[in-house]
Design a protein around this ligand. Structure first.
Ligand SMILES: Nc1ncnc2c1ncn2[C@@H]1O[C@H](COP(=O)(O)OP(=O)(O)OP(=O)(O)O)[C@@H](O)[C@H]1O
Ligand SMILES: [Mg+2]
Length: 271
C-alpha cells in the first residue's frame, strides 16, 4: 500500500531568484542570476562562496530584509510577495531570528534589555519579556551576565547575547551571516554548539561562513558562485542531531528547554 501522507513542503523555497542592484543604471550589478533552493524544516544549511558571490544578498532575501528583483520566495508555502508590510514585519519578528557578524547590539543597554527588544516589538508584556529574555540568556550560558553592558562583554559573549536576542521570540528559522567571523576558535565552538542544540531541538538554521570547520557543523553545504548555486552537498541527514554536536545527551535532555516556545508556523499570519 502506498502512503497517503503528502511530503512536507519546504520551509524555505527560493525559485529562480534574481537580484540586481541599481537596475537599469550604469551601476547595475546582477548579483543573483536565477538561484533556486529548497530547504526542509529542521535542516541546517551552510552557505559558502567567495566574497561578493551574493551570500548576504541571498540571506537578506531569506530574512525578508530585501525583495528580489525577479523570482519567488516562499516561506512554508506562502509567497512572501503576497504579504503586506505589516505582515512582513510580523514574519521577521516572530518566525525568523537573525545573527550578524558584528553582533548589532544596542550600546549602553544591558544584555537583558537587548534580548528583550524584539519582544517589545512583538507586544509581549513586561514581566513575560523579562522571563523569556532571562531564559534565552541562560540557554546561551549567560544567565550570570544579564545586567552587563555590551562594552564589558567579550566578543564571544556579545555573540551569545545576539543569539539569545534571536531566539527570545521563539523563531522556527535562524539566519546567521558569518556569526563566527569575528570570534576566536573557542568562542566559535561555543556558538556552534549553541546552534547545534537549537537545530537538534527542531529549528531550521541557515548560516553563512567562509570557514570549512564551521560549515562542517551543518547538515548541508551550498556553494554560491557567479550568482548561482555551484555545489550542494549533504553532510548529514535532515532529521536528528547535526554533525559536530558534542554534548548529545545534554541536547536531548534539554530539548524541551531549547524549545521554550513552540517554533511558530508562518502560515498563521497569512489571511
Ligand atoms: N546595496 C547594494 N548596492 C549595490 N551593490 C551591492 C549592494 N549590496 C551588495 N552589493 C554588491 O553585490 C555583490 C554581492 O554582495 P554580497 O554582500 O551579497 O556578497 P557576499 O557573498 O556576502 O560577500 P562577503 O563574503 O564579502 O560578505 C557585491 O559585488 C556587492 O558589492
Ligand atoms: Mg556577506
Amino acid at each position: 500500500m502506498t502512503s497517503a501522507v503528502a511530503p512536507e513542503k519546504p520551509v524555505l523555497l527560493l525559485d529562480r531568484l534574481h537580484q540586481k542592484y541599481n537596475p537599469g543604471s550604469q551601476l547595475e550589478v546582477h548579483v543573483l542570476k536565477g538561484v533556486s533552493l529548497s530547504v526542509e524544516r529542521g535542516d541546517y544549511v551552510a552557505i559558502m562562496g567567495h566574497s561578493g558571490s551574493g551570500k548576504s544578498t541571498m540571506l537578506n532575501i531569506l530574512g525578508c530584509l530585501d525583495i528580489p528583483t525577479e523570482g519567488r520566495y516562499l516561506i512554508d508555502g506562502v509567497d512572501v510577495s503576497s504579504l503586506s508590510e505589516g505582515q512582513l514585519a510580523d514574519v521577521r519578528n516572530q518566525y525568523l531570528g537573525f545573527v550578524f557578524q558584528s553582533f548589532n547590539l544596542v550600546r549602553r543597554t544591558s544584555a537583558l534589555a537587548n534580548v528583550e527588544l524584539p519582544l517589545v516589538y512583538a507586544g509581549v508584556s513586561r514581566s513575560e519579556r523579562r522571563r523569556r529574555a532571562q531564559t534565552a540568556l541562560e540557554l546561551v550560558g549567560l544567565g550570570d551576565r544579564t545586567g552587563h553592558m555590551p562594552n564589558v562583554l567579550s566578543g564571544g559573549q556579545l555573540q551569545r547575547v545576539a543569539i539569545a536576542r534571536a531566539i527570545a521570540t521563539g523563531p522556527s528559522i535562524i539566519l546567521a551571516d558569518e556569526p563566527t567571523g569575528n570570534l576566536d576558535s573557542r568562542s566559535t565552538e561555543e556558538v556552534l554548539q549553541i546552534f547545534g542544540r537549537l537545530n537538534a531541538a527542531g529549528r531550521t538554521i541557515v548560516i553563512i561562513t567562509h570557514e570549512d570547520d564551521v560549515a562542517a557543523h551543518a547538515k548541508r553545504i551550498v556553494i554560491l558562485a557567479d550568482g548561482l548555486i555551484a555545489a550542494d552537498r549533504r553532510n548529514g541527514p535532515v532529521h536528528g542531531n547535526p554533525p559536530g554536536l558534542v554534548d548529545l545527551t545534554a541536547a536531548e535532555e534539554s530539548t524541551d528547554v531549547w524549545l521554550v516556545d513552540e517554533p511558530a508556523d508562518p502560515e498563521v499570519v497569512v489571511p
